[in-house]
Ligand binder design. Structure first.
Ligand SMILES: Nc1ncnc2c1ncn2[C@@H]1O[C@H](COP(=O)(O)OP(=O)(O)OP(=O)(O)O)[C@@H](O)[C@H]1O
Ligand SMILES: Cc1ncc(CO)c(N)n1
Length: 273
């Protein structure tokens, strides 16, 4: 049997299993690729928030990366929580030396408002990490943190995209999940994202699901994009397929714990069962 495409996530662990490394590996399994991980930080986290976070030493991150890339090889890489300026810079350097597309999710804060990246690391994200990204996938809070552009409505998406692209990623996907449901154009209650490389523009629209169990949406989307790229899809194809997958996972999100439950990474298995 031939091996499936390989995808590497460089991200933090979420003990609750809804976001971070755990969301990434579940997404990769669901999308038919072989998932591998470089753990950057360990969080004590559940449906209520982040109770603690511990970064790994930069040498431990470099060693995991080398172990995977030098022997097994990667067809795509995805980055998530990188915690500190030191880790951001080390990972950017590793990505720069790897011949595979990189999906950079510039994780700043969790859904509950807990910081997953030191404020002192923002400049390294702008000047070191974004320039080596094939696709950067900021949410609206991350756009504001990184560029100062505030997005209140769909009309602001183009300006936000141009500001992120000025740091050098080939493509940017502006995620509108945090936009209030009625702030979009005519067309009703949609979850709208904009993918652009500065010349092509793709608007992605899906029904907005009135489900509070959305822990892990961003990690899931970025990992799904990396999985598509590893399978040889173009960036617009991978993003369209990833949007479809995350929309189904959000629709099927379920309650666990006393707060925000996870999206359902296995929704397609259950739908087919
Ligand atoms: N309620 C919803 N219904 C449908 N789609 C949604 C909903 N909320 C977010 N999305 C979509 O999910 C994807 C992830 O976007 P979002 O803005 O939630 O990411 P994020 O904030 O980075 O996630 P996280 O909180 O995991 O970091 C986007 O495609 C967005 O449009
Ligand atoms: C470890 C981790 N990475 C990313 C997110 C995204 O919000 C999270 N909540 N936890």
């Amino acid at each position: 049997m031939s091996a499936p495409p390989t995808v590497l996530t460089v991200a933090g662990s979420d003990s609750g299993g809804g976001a971070g490394i755990q969301a990434d590996l579940k997404t990769m399994l669901a999308l038919g690729v072989h998932g591998m991980s470089v753990i950057t930080a360990v969080t004590a986290q559940n449906s209520l928030g982040v109770q603690g976070a511990w970064e790994l030493p930069v040498d431990a991150v470099r060693a995991q990366y080398r172990s995977v890339v030098d022997d097994i090889g990667v067809q795509a890489v995805k980055t998530g929580m990188l915690a500190s300026a030191e880790l951001v810079e080390a990972v950017a350097e590793l990505l720069g030396g790897t011949d595979a597309p990189a999906v950079v999710d510039p994780v700043g804060i969790s859904k509950h408002g807990d910081a997953l990246l030191a404020a002192s690391a923002l400049d390294s994200v702008r000047t070191k990490l974004l320039p080596v990204a094939t696709v950067a996938t900021p949410n609206l809070d991350e756009v504001a943190q990184l560029t100062g552009v505030r997005v209140d409505a769909e009309d602001d998406f183009r300006r936000a995209a141009a500001a992120v692209l000025s740091y050098g990623p080939k493509w940017v996907l502006i995620k509108g999940g945090h936009l209030p449901g009625d702030a979009g154009r005519a067309g009703g209650n949609q979850a709208v994202d904009l993918l652009t490389d500065g010349s092509e523009e793709h608007w992605l629209r899906a029904p907005r699901h009135d489900n509070r169990h959305t822990h892990g949406t961003g990690c899931t989307l970025a990992s799904a994009i990396a999985s598509g790229l590893a399978k040889g899809q173009s960036v617009p194809e991978a993003v369209a397929a990833a949007k479809e997958y995350v929309t189904g996972a959000i629709a099927a999100g379920f309650a666990l714990g006393g707060g925000i439950g996870p999206v359902d990474h296995g929704w397609r298995f259950r739908a087919g069962a």
